[in-house]
Design a protein around this ligand. Structure first.
Ligand SMILES: C[S@@+](CC[C@H](N)C(=O)[O-])C[C@H]1O[C@@H](n2cnc3c(N)ncnc32)[C@H](O)[C@@H]1O
Length: 201
């Protein structure tokens, strides 16, 4: 099973909230691609951070396309059910947990709120096909995935992300991932200490 957990990288989530969201909020729809989403903690954490920063009505226009190659064929059901065992939700800040999770009667299992669940749509997808799930994304998040690819694959995938982003769209990768040197013309960094970039041109 893929390694992931809720609120794994708070610094990047906060940078998205502080640097990308103000620009994205002016759009009618906020379309986001979480590429390599694993069992859902990452797209759901992002959805919660966005919901915390906007009213219910604006949040209805947020759609997170969560995709993964998912060798286990289990991620779709886990994400659609939005049900997670206690050990996976333990790191969620207490007040956030109280607001967005409830018990469904199953011992030590918790369900994510409908409003958050509705904002995330899962589909199985292999990034190395180099075909985006759609275009015109305001934000693409791809964390702890690119490191598994060869340099040439990484460049092709980042190029695909660039094309799939709308003008002025944002790309977030994990903190240890750098944008390859020859791609620096495509993106500009927007925040210190995190790998959050804005599409140039
Ligand atoms: C370590 S997990 C990262 C999960 C989440 N992004 C995070 O940072 O917590 C890596 C994920 O990348 C997915 N993955 C690996 N190769 C992929 C590919 N070619 N296309 C899409 N997803 C892929 C794996 O299935 C796995 O779920």
């Amino acid at each position: 099973m893929a390694f992931t957990y809720f609120f794994r990288d708070m610094q990047t989530l906060e940078a998205i909230r502080d640097h990308a969201l103000p620009a994205l909020k002016s759009r009618r729809y906020i379309n986001i691609w979480d590429a390599g989403c694993a069992m859902g903690p990452e797209p759901y954490s992002l959805a919660i951070v966005l919901r915390e920063s906007m009213g219910r009505m604006i949040f209805r226009n947020v759609k997170i396309y969560a995709t993964d190659i998912d060798g286990s064929n289990l991620f779709g059901k886990i994400i659609r059910d939005g049900e997670y065992p206690g050990e996976q939700v333990r790191r969620i800040p207490k007040e956030i947990f109280a607001k967005y999770f409830s018990s469904n009667g199953k011992p030590d299992h918790f369900i994510i709120a409908d409003e958050i669940k509705k904002s995330v749509e899962y589909q199985k997808h292999d990034l190395l096909t180099l075909r985006p799930v759609r275009n015109n994304f305001g934000l693409i998040v791809c964390k702890n995935v690119l490191l598994h690819f060869k340099e040439a694959e990484r460049i092709n995938v980042i190029n695909m992300f660039h094309e799939a982003l709308s003008e002025g769209g944002f790309l977030a990768v994990e903190q240890t991932q750098k944008i390859p040197e020859k791609m620096k013309d495509l993106f500009e960094p927007v925040a210190a200490n995190v790998q959050l970039f804005r599409k140039k041109g």
